[in-house]
Design a protein around this ligand. Sequence first.
Ligand SMILES: Cc1ncc(COP(=O)(O)O)c(C=O)c1O
Length: 389
Amino acid sequence: MKWNVPLFDLDYNEQEENAVLEVLRSKWLTMGEVTQRFEEAFARMLGVKHAIAVSNGTVALHLACLGAGIKRGDEVIVPALTFVATAACVRYVGATPVFADITSPTDLTISPASIEALITEHTRAILVMHYAGYPCDMAAIQQIAQKYQLKIIEDAAHAPGAALNQINLGAWGETAAFSFFSNKNLATGEGGMVVTNSDSAAERIRRARSHGMTSLTWDRHRGQALSYDVLELGYNYRPNEITSALGLVQLSKLEKNNQSRRDLTAYYHYTLSQLLPEIELPFKQHRGLSSCHILPILLPPWADRTIFMNMMKSLAIQTSIHYPIIPDFHAYRTKRLSRGTGNLPNLRAIAPREVTLPLYATLHPTQIDSVLRAVQTSLKIIQHKTPES
Ligand SMILES: Cc1ncc(COP(=O)(O)O)c(C=O)c1O
């Protein structure tokens, strides 16, 4: 499909090309010196002690749960409106995800009131997800965590470079996970990072990333070890030097590109509220500094989302849904595998109206004008087809 405006696009140029060539010419492809530099630069940017690069955001979440000490029999409260990996990672460590509601149509992040209502004697942690790069209500969530002695884990996949009260997102929790999937603000194709200020969590995460081994191929290559022991069940979640090299370049562009996303989001919000006041705009007002990862809108309740998205498609504008409701997935319907699936009134009312419009750092305002003309046309046609609206 040839889109007039795609949902996302990369800011890639000769910098990324040269970085990859340099790795290829070095003939060291797996986790090594470039990965170490990427980890150090990421930790510095975020203001955390440890950053541990991994092969994608999903395994970063798995290790974030492991590092926070989540285990079989525990319950972890997660948002019901997120990517499935936020809930899956809880199951990877044998714990149960408990789904909390979202806050409101203007704030699609996890509701602190809903979190508190779901706490039991089995609850060990709250796993927040900073939806679209907008900070969750961390003050309220921290208060709850302190009151019930729970850990906070962050899914910061949408939020590199976002902050609240001068603290970067990803630096609030015991552990946090980032994704560098192709559509993310910092994109390397596949890739991820686990961050923490805890030395013991970092040690556990580093070990689990590479089979629980006490030394790595890289250490042996440098003559620092001859053999190894395996201290616990581990995984191969290692990144490679090519994605780390891409990550270093993308990290150097992050601040500029996040600012571009903020400016474009402001333009979308201003123009949409002038042209189409019947569309609700989540996060038009929000706390903290956002990384503006995606541009969610809420269609008027009378507008059929599937028809709308098909109309946009026929006008060559790509849209998406963030997200289908996790508790409705077959793999999450069984009571034994998750909890809190029944009482999600905000989610049920709001999520079916959500559509995501194109947003990326190199998007031009004239392309936004094309998107908005398509939104106007699509809604007009739907309205004519819906006599009761
Ligand atoms: C909120 C959220 N969590 C986790 C992930 C998983 O990351 P990855 O695709 O890198 O495994 C993603 C992205 O795809 C995401 O959007």
